[in-house]
Design a protein around this ligand. Structure first.
Ligand SMILES: C[S@@+](CC[C@H](N)C(=O)[O-])C[C@H]1O[C@@H](n2cnc3c(N)ncnc32)[C@H](O)[C@@H]1O
Length: 249
């Protein structure tokens, strides 16, 4: 199944209107600044203690940028190709007067300078939208300073396989761990096509870009749930997220 980058981009820009509709709620969440999950706090606390300049690839709603600053980041640059997402996040950063700014770019290309970040942070629904993992990892290695790290906390590649049945976890008949792509039938939908990168492909792309893997974790909790749904597949028996720390070169 071909990935049409323009269709995916349009789907994200359309749903990102929600960041304006929900502006006040997101502003309140940003003020609290506690959106990092446990494994993010465990792995990132020592790095954030050094006051790094962070780049957040696919910054989306931008809420994590406030948590990163609160945990010690000296600055955060969010990169997203949705103008609406970036503009809503930039308005909030100005309202809260924090050292966070946004650039609009279609990753893997970014307008960021070589060796300009100490930490590249990404995930929570990011890698499934990348069409070329080697180009993605190479761009990350380019913008990292010597001594810099990449941190990913994202959906586990198996997450897409589980049905959302509440009585019992089942494997969806229309998905495969090694299938390259599948249509997005949840969010943002609207014709978007997701990439089914498996864990080996992610790790190998990072290593090929020259970033040694320091930590790889698989976790039962999903990073996202559809509304109030509590699928049996999310109750602790199956992997739903992974975390990865790589670098320095
Ligand atoms: C699931 S969302 C958000 C992830 C974000 N970490 C969050 O928690 O809000 C994925 C984001 O990736 C962005 N995106 C997808 N493909 C992209 C690309 N090639 N370049 C830049 N942004 C992209 C979308 O606009 C969307 O904001």
């Amino acid at each position: 199944m071909d990935i049409n980058a323009d269709t995916n981009h349009a789907a994200w820009d359309a749903v990102s209107e929600k960041y304006w509709r929900e502006y006040d709620d997101l502003l309140a969440k940003a003020r609290v600044g506690d959106s990092l999950v446990e494994v993010e706090r465990e792995v990132l606390t020592p790095l954030l203690a050094g006051g790094p300049d962070v780049v957040h690839l696919q910054s989306g709603d931008g809420i994590d940028d406030h948590a990163l600053v609160r945990a010690g980041a000296r600055s955060v640059v969010g990169v997203d190709y949705s103008h609406r997402a970036a503009a809503a996040s930039a308005r909030r950063a100005a309202d809260l007067d924090v050292p966070v700014r946004y650039v609009v770019a279609r990753i893997p290309e970014t307008p960021l300078a070589d060796a300009s970040a100490d930490l590249v942070y990404t995930g929570k629904g990011a890698l499934i939208w990348m069409t070329d993992l080697d180009a993605w990892a190479t761009e990350i290695a380019r913008i990292l300073r010597p001594g810099g790290h990449l941190f990913v906390y994202d959906g586990h590649p198996a997450f897409a396989l589980w049905s959302w049945d509440e009585d019992e976890a089942r494997i969806r008949p229309d998905r495969g761990y090694f299938a390259p792509t599948y249509p997005c039938d949840s969010y943002p939908a609207n014709g978007a096509i997701e990439h089914q990168w498996n864990l080996g492909q992610v790790v190998n792309a990072v290593v090929r870009a020259g970033l040694p893997v320091r930590h790889l974790g698989e976790h039962p909790e999903p990073f996202w749930k559809m509304g109030e749904l509590e699928a049996a597949a999310w109750q602790g028996r199956l992997p739903n997220t992974f975390s990865l720390l790589a670098g320095p070169r």
